[in-house]
Design a protein. Structure first.
Length: 64
Protein backbone atom coordinates (compact mmCIF):
# COMPACT_ATOMS: atom_id res chain seq x y z
CA UNK A 1 0.00 0.00 0.00
CA UNK A 2 1.40 3.36 -1.01
CA UNK A 3 0.26 6.92 -0.30
CA UNK A 4 1.12 9.46 -2.98
CA UNK A 5 0.78 13.17 -3.63
CA UNK A 6 -0.30 14.23 -7.08
CA UNK A 7 -1.36 17.73 -8.16
CA UNK A 8 -1.54 18.86 -4.52
CA UNK A 9 -3.85 16.02 -3.48
CA UNK A 10 -3.04 12.77 -1.68
CA UNK A 11 -4.32 9.32 -2.56
CA UNK A 12 -3.63 5.80 -1.36
CA UNK A 13 -3.48 2.60 -3.42
CA UNK A 14 -2.76 -1.04 -2.75
CA UNK A 15 -0.75 -2.59 -5.56
CA UNK A 16 -1.90 -6.14 -6.34
CA UNK A 17 -1.76 -8.67 -9.15
CA UNK A 18 -3.96 -8.29 -12.21
CA UNK A 19 -6.58 -10.81 -10.99
CA UNK A 20 -7.00 -9.01 -7.63
CA UNK A 21 -7.24 -5.48 -9.07
CA UNK A 22 -10.36 -3.46 -8.26
CA UNK A 23 -9.89 0.27 -8.91
CA UNK A 24 -13.15 1.12 -7.11
CA UNK A 25 -11.56 -0.31 -3.94
CA UNK A 26 -8.22 1.48 -4.58
CA UNK A 27 -6.58 -1.85 -5.50
CA UNK A 28 -4.54 -1.31 -8.67
CA UNK A 29 -2.67 -3.83 -10.77
CA UNK A 30 1.10 -3.95 -10.77
CA UNK A 31 0.75 -3.93 -14.58
CA UNK A 32 -1.21 -0.66 -14.67
CA UNK A 33 0.67 2.55 -15.53
CA UNK A 34 0.47 3.82 -11.94
CA UNK A 35 1.26 0.45 -10.37
CA UNK A 36 4.23 -0.19 -12.65
CA UNK A 37 5.66 3.30 -12.01
CA UNK A 38 5.37 2.91 -8.24
CA UNK A 39 6.96 -0.54 -8.01
CA UNK A 40 10.39 -0.17 -6.45
CA UNK A 41 9.91 3.52 -5.61
CA UNK A 42 11.10 4.81 -2.25
CA UNK A 43 9.56 7.30 0.18
CA UNK A 44 10.21 10.85 -1.01
CA UNK A 45 10.84 9.77 -4.60
CA UNK A 46 9.01 11.49 -7.45
CA UNK A 47 7.97 9.04 -10.18
CA UNK A 48 6.64 9.74 -13.64
CA UNK A 49 3.47 7.92 -14.70
CA UNK A 50 2.90 7.59 -18.43
CA UNK A 51 -0.46 6.59 -19.88
CA UNK A 52 -1.54 6.59 -23.53
CA UNK A 53 -3.32 9.91 -22.88
CA UNK A 54 -1.28 11.82 -20.30
CA UNK A 55 2.06 11.94 -18.47
CA UNK A 56 2.25 13.16 -14.86
CA UNK A 57 4.43 12.99 -11.76
CA UNK A 58 3.58 11.85 -8.27
CA UNK A 59 5.55 11.84 -5.03
CA UNK A 60 5.67 8.78 -2.76
CA UNK A 61 4.70 9.88 0.76
CA UNK A 62 4.36 6.57 2.60
CA UNK A 63 4.74 2.85 1.96
CA UNK A 64 2.94 0.38 4.22
Amino acid sequence: TVRIEMDGETDEFTIVGRMEADPSQKRISNESPVGAALLGAKIGEVVEVTTPIVRYKCKVLEIK
